[in-house]
Design a binder for this molecule. Sequence first.
Ligand code: GAP
Length: 478
Amino acid sequence: MNKCFFDFLISHAKIYGFIFPSSEIYGGLNAIYDYGPHGVELKNNIKDFWWKSMTQLYENIVGVDSSILMHSDVWHASGHVDKFNEFLIDHKDSKKRYRPEILIQEYVEKNYFNDPKKKEKTLSRLYRSLEKKDLTDIKILIDELCISDPVFKTKNWTKIRHFNMMFKIENEKNLYLRPETAQGIFTNFHNIIKSNRMKIPFGIAQIGKSFRNEIIARRFLFRMREFEQMEMQFFILPEEEIKWYEYWKKNRLKWHLELNIEYKKYYKLCKHDHLAHYANAGSDIKFNFPFGFQEIEGIHSRRDFDLKNHEFFSKKKLRVFELKKNYIPYVIETSLGLDRLFLVLFYSSLKKEKLKNGTIRIVLKLPYYLSPIKAAIFPLVKKDGLPEIAKKIFNDVKIHHKLVYDEKESIGKLYRRQDAIGTPFCFTVDYDTIKTDTVTMRNRDSLDQKRIHIKEISKIIEKETGLKKVLKKLSYFI
Ligand code: GAP
């Protein structure tokens, strides 16, 4: 997989209505994207899978949908005003701005891939300096490695500086766009305990938009300034921190494995390189992108960091009284980037396949339960009553499943289009349908075709593309 394939992926996502650059008619907006008709279906299916896996399979996890704008004290209590900083370095010739740690990580990936010892030594030094916020040493490292500007190829760097990642709303004193969804969970902690009679251990899940003023926002959906997170905060007894941390690491990885992505090639679970200010321990589920292994989900032990600080700032008790103890629970967090997962799925599913007849087809081999369209209904030809029968089938089945009806091109082209969108099944009405009430069913992956009765269509789609099978499998691990 190379840059050329990544460019092809971006273009495929646009041509087939998955992702468009935001405000494109005005020249676009850096690192902001819109989801097109197929993109929004796929995104909603991912959300549905995550939401049901979390809130339906676990009887002790409930959901919330909190607001994006929150009281300004929330961000002081959470530490984001003071500590949610990144480092930046400017290049004096190109006038471009970079994250110094990313310059170093990219240099190491590119130049030391044959020398793991050197790679490890350099990265350890980087992470130590990041931990200590030793900006001078990070700058020395950039100089020692002779890192130059990727465009200008010169080394005319400024000093490294701090930069707060939150978007502040102009004219609204101290209002920010939230940089993580988690705080809306902490601030609703008591409301949820009371309204839903929750007992420790329990979790609160949320899907929603977050905003970060990323300095180098690039690589398509990987690093955006407006993105969505799927987060769950699990409240526990402090002495059970390790037990639940290990539990969630294991269970989240199992969830990812159900996405049908070749595990050994693409996934790894490892300790977080550089802990966030709120975390006591952290692990990342990483995916092997063309630009190296990168985090898609973080599992963090936040201990009582957030609830304790909210108690202090709000002067409201955020405790539980259970087992004759009055205490602030610890928290294990699972935090998954929805857009990053979308990119992972798109990247690992998009294939160019050579067929037996020597032609190439482009196919999006998404897991069936995530495919934006579950089935397509075609008439073989646009005459002799076939469109009417196909339309009737479409109208009967659309109540249960997301379908398309299409008669705009020849049957071969219609199949290719559905392959490129990732539709698992195509049902074609032909002259035999008139006599036997049967249609041809074609499978996206095997390309097998067989005849089935019209009455079976809905049941087959339900059985093959529904979430039931995968949720059942996941429920064994709970
Ligand atoms: N509440 C914890 C938290 O926000 P994080 O590691 O900063 O932790 C969690 O973010 C996940 O959110 C990441 O693993 C990533 O998938 C996603 N994410 C973070 N920043 C992002 C960005 N700029 N663009 C897209 N996804 C992002």
